[in-house]
Write a new protein. Structure first.
Length: 234
């Protein structure tokens, strides 16, 4: 940073205005992409799913919590693990402030993982999070929505992640899915995104993109610096 170009205020202002033109163009592109995302066709969710919540069984419909739209974060937490995914935890640290605002716009938010509810509850308490989080253990939900993979499909390289753009590499992967209820109570799947597609909901990354050093993640070391929020300094 010490070798960065230093200019007068007038020169800085000229450069900043030039970048503002690019930023405005990007904002318009982002708005158009959001419009296209909303215009995607929907598919019916015909399979019943029963999750385990902190207070007992919950259906997918229950997770809407009286709203007509639902965002599900697919939180990586294999049943054999004692902790939730480090990187999903980095994302989840920004979730707690969102539900009250989302609910004002007819949207509910929930995380779903394959770990048993007891492990989820213990980890959630450790992290101090309060957002809704349920277990899909014993259901096909994670497999059906492309974030969990059977060992044989990983071994023979037939596992499909992110619509076939890459192999998952692991038995659990990250993602986000959106659902809506129709007038008759049916549930429709409107959107899912994976890998870098979830980048847009990580508030910390958006802040880091504003500072001179940016994310400062060399190639091959993406998120190597990230720790659970109670592990920094350990």
């Amino acid at each position: 940073m010490n070798q960065h170009q230093i200019v007068s205020h007038a020169e800085w202002l000229e450069a900043r205005k030039a970048l503002l033109t690019r930023e405005k163009a990007f904002s318009r592109q982002r708005e158009d992409l959001a419009r296209l995302r909303r215009a995607l066709p929907w598919e019916a969710v015909s399979k019943p799913y029963t999750f385990e919540g902190p207070d007992g069984p919950r259906s997918l419909a229950d997770l809407f919590d009286g709203k007509t739209q639902l965002i599900v974060y697919h939180f990586m937490f294999d049943p054999s693990w004692d902790e939730g995914c480090l990187h999903c935890s980095f994302w989840a640290d920004t979730f707690d402030g969102s539900p009250v605002h989302l609910q004002a716009r007819d949207v509910s938010l929930a995380a779903i993982s394959r770990a048993p509810m007891a492990k989820i509850a213990a980890y959630q308490a450790r992290m101090g999070w309060t957002f809704p989080w349920v277990s899909s253990l014993g259901t096909d939900f994670n497999f059906d929505f492309g974030v969990s993979f059977h060992p044989d499909s990983l071994a023979d390289h037939t596992a499909v992640y992110n619509y076939g753009s890459s192999e998952p590499g692991y038995g659990e992967r990250e993602g986000l899915s959106v659902f809506v209820k129709d007038g008759g109570g049916g549930i429709l799947h409107t959107y899912s995104t994976y890998a870098r597609g979830i980048d847009m909901i990580n508030g910390t990354y958006q802040l880091l993109d504003l500072v001179p050093q940016g994310r400062d993640e060399p190639a091959g070391e993406v998120q190597a610096w990230v720790r659970r929020h109670d592990e920094y300094g350990n």
